[in-house]
Design a protein around this ligand. Structure first.
Ligand code: CA
Length: 220
């Protein structure tokens, strides 16, 4: 899962980027509003954390432009103000959630995980595929009831496939959603990581669709 953090205050951006990275997300950071708006239009994000007071273009304008362009990823707005009419303006512009500064990083992570899960169509925090479970709130996998140890990159890949179980995920899509910055879809890094995950699972849950991508077995 890949997240855009749009925040111009380094004392807020740095801990947010670090915490989201530790929580298993690929994170891009941008500080200028026009840059933020462009990235949201051109990159494949699963969620954005958006400060309202950005230089270049304010956060509400960024959000309005995204929504007018049909960009639908969930957006958590960060605001220094907790006044209701500010929040109402944010919801009108297409925000999904709000956090008023200062906020707890743990609370941000919980809200991010819940929004990403729900936007992928999962009502329950437990995602299941046979004996494989993802506790989407805690960000932990288990297999046959035992914790499944994964590296950060393995976690990102399996979490993305788990959120989209049962459907073909192309190599390009997977690369875009698990790596920050650019991704070369021709590199074999995904294949290497997928084969490591398969070994850890010990079960044929991940199917390779030749020349296209991968599919995690349907939960049913
Ligand atoms: Ca700001």
């Amino acid at each position: 899962m890949r997240i855009l953090v749009a925040e111009d205050d380094p004392s807020i951006a740095a801990p947010v980027v670090a915490a989201l990275g530790e929580a298993g997300f690929a994170v891009d950071h941008a500080a200028d509003g026009a840059d933020v708006e462009f990235r949201g239009q051109t990159e494949a994000y699963d969620l954005a954390v958006l400060d309202l007071g950005l230089p270049g273009m304010d956060g509400l304008s960024v959000l309005r432009r995204w929504r007018e362009a049909g960009i639908g990823f969930p957006v958590i707005v960060l605001t220094a103000r907790s006044r209701w009419h500010d929040k109402l303006a944010g919801f009108d512009a297409g925000a999904d959630d709000f956090l008023t500064k200062p906020f707890l990083l743990d609370e941000l992570i919980v809200r991010v995980r819940a929004l990403i899960r729900r936007s992928a169509g999962h009502a329950q925090p437990q995602l299941r595929c046979g004996p494989l479970y993802l506790d989407a709130n805690a960000g932990r996998f288990s297999l046959d009831g035992a914790p499944l140890a994964l590296t950060a990159q393995e976690f990102r890949i399996l979490a993305y496939l788990m959120h989209h179980a049962g459907r073909l995920v192309t190599r390009a899509e997977l690369g875009e959603h698990v790596y920050e910055g650019g991704f070369d879809p021709d590199s074999n890094v995904l294949d290497v990581l997928i084969s490591r995950i398969r070994r850890k699972l010990g079960l044929p849950l991940i199917e390779t669709v030749r020349g296209q991508g991968f599919r995690l077995a349907d939960p049913a």
